[in-house]
Design a protein around this ligand. Sequence first.
Ligand code: DHB
Length: 391
Amino acid sequence: ERTRILIIGAGPAGLLLSTLLHRSGVDHVVVESRSRSEIAHTHRAGILEAGSVSTLVDLGLTRVIEEGDRHDGIDMRFDGRMHRIDFDGLVGRSVWLYPQTDVFVDLADRCEADGADIRWEHRVTEVLDAESDLPGARVEGPDGAEYEVRADLVVGADGSHSIVRHGFPEQMRRTWVHEYPYAWFGVIVEAPRSAPELVYTESEHGFALVSQRTPTLQRLYFQCDPDEDAAEWDDARIWHELQRRVAGPDGFVLQEGPVQERTVLRFRSSVVEPMRLGRVVLVGDAAHTVPPTGAKGLNLAIGDVVVLHELLEEWLRTPDDTLLDEYGRRAGRRIWRAQHFSAWMSRMLHSTPDEDGFERRRRLAELHMLVDSEAGRRYLAEGYTGWVDPA
Ligand code: DHB
């Protein structure tokens, strides 16, 4: 079987590329090991940068602005008080609260309407001949039958456990990794909103983030040990921990309700270099992961795909492989900015298990300097809403 572009992975990155290729009239196949319903029901991130929203809206995917919530700022909370960062006033840009699961459903609906060839529950077992002009993959269908697909280019959009990345020989790639000594305990709760915007909280009991999903479902996170067992936390214990982290002289309290889901999310930064080997390229989590603070993961995946697609338009006419190297260079600039931004937000807001009194006071001084300075607030606003075309 032969196609022009073989996309491995039908998460937001793979499906966005499929949508863009369909518009350019480029023949492609998408294979995905999970079912559509499994992906649609896995809670992921919730914040889209202004540029990510424009990408979707330009494709006619307007549900994000119709049903999503525009957020013109966030609150940084420390010393038990709110410190608002006014994105719109500082940089004239906003972000949208719109869950990744909805981004996925919008893209999947579009691809299916386009008649795209998306093969759910088809598992790639091996990437073939990456360094030839006709790379491909061996795929196992849901019935267990194996077949081969060959293409001009294979795109690995298969997430942080990427099979495609593992096809890059060890001696050909470097992975830059950073581990953090904390994680997030994430919950979905049935309750009304506690605050109009997101609240990033530093406290003596650790970090907490108040986010949202719908008027009746909220997304909350609190810093925990990476080995924490979510099953050991009943609703009362979760609420006690969250309330004491956000408590302060202003009397702020969270609206409580039944906890529907609880999971521990690990913190890890990683970047793979190079992002291409021969005729195989990586996009999104297959190439890099960020810790969740600042919500950059999905936005980076969208950024990668936009850059790759721009270069592919030319490469498909004239297959000059230096264009594929340009992909890594261009995407890398945004990726490393996001790595810095996510690590910076994480370190500024979380305590480490061995933190001493000096370090905590230093972090609080950093937070005060940030919010008391217009330059500081603008720096945060620029990073959070997303860099416009990093040069
Ligand atoms: C959400 C996740 C984040 O990591 C973040 O920084 C903001 C919001 C969320 O899931 O809503």
